[in-house]
Design a protein around this ligand. Structure first.
Ligand SMILES: C[S@@+](CC[C@H](N)C(=O)[O-])C[C@H]1O[C@@H](n2cnc3c(N)ncnc32)[C@H](O)[C@@H]1O
Length: 369
C-alpha cells in the first residue's frame, strides 16, 4: 500500500495511489508504463488550466448515453455486520462510449478533443492522478464505502429525506447512491430532497456518476413497475437506456421529490449562490490527500454548511472519510485537522468511525466556527 509521486515533466506531476476497492485493479493495469504515461502526459498537458465551476444538466447527460450500459455490483460491508450491494457502471463500458462517440464524429476521430483523449487515457489508468487535470473520480476509493457504512449506522437518527445534500469530489458517488437507494426504497415523501454532486471532471459526472444514479434507481423499489414493463437487456448486468426508461426515471424523481444537480470544476470556483444555498449534509471521501488543495476544499465545505446565501440551514452534518496518511504527498488527517483549526479558529474535527489495522482510515465529523 503506497502512494507515489511520479514526475512527468517539470510542471506536471502525476500521483499514483496503489490502493483501491480491489476489483478495479483486476481490470485495469496499475503498472507504471512510462510510454503510456508520456502519451497521456502529452494529451493532458495542454489542458493544465484549472476547470471552472460548470453545471452539467441531467437531461443532456442522459441523452449522451449509449442505448445500453453495463455494470457490476459493489459490495459494501455495513456497521451492523450486513452487506449492501450498489451498482456501478463498468469502466470498459464508459471507454466504449467514448470511442463510439469519436467514431460517430469524423472530426473527433481525426483529432479527438483533449478532454476525450484525457478521459480515454485515465479510463485505462484510473488510479493515476494529475493535479487539476484528472483527480481520480473514475474509480471507487475504499473510504467511500466506509462513509456508507457510517451513514447506514446513523440512519435511524438522521433522516436523509427532505435534506439538502452535497457530495464534494463525488467520483463514482457511492455515498450519494446509498442515500438515493434509501429514498427510492422508502414510500414517496412530500419532502423535497436535493442531492448535489461535485466532481473536478465533467467527464466523470457524465461517464460514471450519472449512469450510477440511473442504475441505483433502476434496481430500487421505485422502478419496480418500470422493470416489469420493459424489454430486458440480453445480459442481467446490462441496462437498456431507452426513452421510456428516461421518462420513468424523471417521473420517479418527481414522485419521490428528488432534485439532482451536477457541478464540475475546481473547488475554489464552486459557486454556492448558483447551487442555491447551504446544505444539511456535506459529504466527501478521499479528497484530503493533497495539502495544497486543503484550503479550497475546507473553504467550500465550510461555506456549504453555513453559507450566508439564500437558504441558510439550521443545522448540518459534515462528514469526511479519509485514510490517515497519504504517503508521499503529505496530505492526510493531521494536515486536514490542522487546516480546520488554523484557518477557522474554533473549528473542530471529531473521529466518528475508524479502522486501525492495516491502512488506517477514518470518518470524521467537522463543526465549523
Ligand atoms: C481520489 S478521488 C475520490 C473519489 C470518490 N470520492 C471516492 O472516494 O471514490 C478525489 C476526488 O476529489 C475531487 N477533487 C480533487 N481535487 C479537486 C480540486 N482541486 N477541485 C475539485 N475537485 C477535486 C475529484 O473530483 C475526485 O473525484
Amino acid at each position: 500500500m503506497s502512494f507515489d509521486l511520479i514526475t512527468c515533466s517539470s510542471q506536471l506531476k502525476m500521483f499514483k495511489f496503489n490502493f483501491d476497492v480491489e476489483d478495479d485493479t483486476e481490470h485495469y493495469s496499475t503498472a507504471v508504463n512510462h510510454t503510456t504515461q508520456n502519451q497521456g502526459h502529452a494529451s493532458v498537458e495542454a489542458a493544465v488550466v484549472p476547470d471552472v465551476f460548470t453545471e452539467l444538466f441531467l437531461a443532456d447527460a442522459l441523452n449522451s448515453l449509449p442505448s445500453k450500459i453495463s455494470y457490476s455490483p459493489v459490495t459494501i460491508p455495513l456497521a451492523n455486520g450486513g452487506e449492501l450491494s450498489l451498482p456501478r457502471r463498468d469502466l470498459f463500458d464508459a471507454r466504449f462510449q467514448l470511442i463510439s462517440q469519436n467514431v460517430d464524429d469524423p472530426d473527433a476521430l481525426e483529432q479527438p478533443s483533449v478532454n476525450a483523449r484525457s478521459a480515454l487515457h485515465f479510463l485505462d489508468t484510473p488510479s493515476d492522478l494529475v493535479p487539476l487535470v484528472y483527480e481520480g473520480g473514475l474509480k471507487t476509493w475504499e473510504c467511500s464505502l466506509d462513509l456508507v457504512s457510517y451513514l447506514d449506522g446513523i440512519k435511524s437518527q438522521f433522516d436523509f429525506s427532505g435534506k439538502r445534500v452535497l457530495e464534494i469530489g463525488c467520483g463514482t458517488s457511492i455515498p450519494s447512491l446509498y442515500i438515493l437507494h434509501r429514498i427510492f426504497s422508502s414510500p414517496p415523501s412530500q419532502n423535497q430532497t436535493h442531492i448535489h454532486l461535485q466532481d473536478y471532471n465533467a467527464s466523470v459526472l457524465e461517464l460514471v456518476t450519472i449512469p450510477n444514479i440511473i442504475l441505483t434507481w433502476y434496481l430500487s423499489e421505485a422502478a419496480e413497475t418500470y422493470r416489469k414493463s420493459e424489454e430486458r437487456a440480453d445480459s442481467p448486468l446490462e441496462l437498456n437506456i431507452s426513452e421510456s426508461l428516461k421518462d420513468a426515471f424523471h417521473q420517479s424523481l418527481v414522485t419521490y421529490g428528488v432534485d439532482l444537480r451536477f457541478f464540475s470544476g475546481s473547488w475554489d470556483t464552486f459557486d454556492l449562490q448558483k447551487s442555491c444555498g447551504s446544505y444539511n449534509l456535506v459529504l466527501t471521501s478521499e479528497t484530503i490527500y493533497r495539502m495544497e488543495s486543503l484550503p479550497s476544499l475546507t473553504a467550500l465545505m465550510r461555506g456549504a454548511c453555513n453559507a450566508e446565501v439564500s437558504q441558510a440551514v439550521d443545522d448540518y452534518l459534515c462528514l469526511v472519510a479519509a485514510k490517515v496518511l497519504y504517503f508521499g504527498v503529505g496530505g492526510g488527517v493531521t494536515e486536514f485537522v490542522r487546516c480546520v483549526r488554523d484557518l477557522y479558529k474554533g473549528g473542530t474535527v471529531e473521529t466518528v468511525w475508524e479502522k486501525t489495522q492495516g491502512v488506517e482510515r477514518r470518518v470524521m465529523s467537522v463543526r465549523w466556527n
